[in-house]
Design a protein around this ligand. Sequence first.
Ligand SMILES: N[C@@H](CCC(=O)N[C@@H](CS)C(=O)NCC(=O)O)C(=O)O
Length: 228
Amino acid sequence: MDFPHLHLVSFDICPFVQRSLITLNYKAAPYELTRIDLADPPDWFRERSPLGKVPILIVNGDTVLFESAVINEYIDAVTPPERLPPEPLERARARAWIEYLSEQTFAQYRWMTAADEDAFERAAHEAARGLERLERQMADDHALAGAEFSLVDATLAPLLMRYALLTHEDSPWDPESFPRLAARWQWLEALDAVRDSVPADFSQRLATYLDGQTGTAPRQLAAALRRG
Ligand SMILES: N[C@@H](CCC(=O)N[C@@H](CS)C(=O)NCC(=O)O)C(=O)O
């Protein structure tokens, strides 16, 4: 069977797209990339993306896959060896933690874009609880911190990359409080697949996006990003 033509449709600062880029990079899969502006998406994208969201993966020009977790499993399946456990229960557990990380990604977004002080504090609290649970789980769970890269890592890296960049005194992230997550991030950030999953000016692009939000917290975070 010929290797399928993979065409990923992307928005530069989207953490869900980044998961698929990490997977494509890690698996050294050839792909075509089209960046769109989510604030003004082209008509063809509206027609092809069932939920109006990125990422979508267009396979062989006609079949559209959506939902980053599903896209990643497909990429993984066509580029063996697979990076999910083969045993059904372990595989299901890894998928469950990928879902958990999606919730944490939304919590992070609520924190980054909070419209007022109350919302910012609530979101910081919620995000910190999510990270605490993850840190505890990582103590003895190889689904989360195995010896090798997995699709869970492809999902974890975008979340931790943003926390590492968004320094703020009220950040839910603190490497000293989350040593296992911090160690995993140190390992992940050194991977080419992770480094190459965002544009070189990613911080600036994220800062520009945050500057466009209402509320003072996003602008403070944008300023922190610009300071570097
Ligand atoms: N569950 C989806 C979430 C994707 C998602 O929320 N993408 C955002 C950008 S980061 C999006 O396309 N938002 C546009 C919208 O909601 O209209 C996935 O994992 O792919």
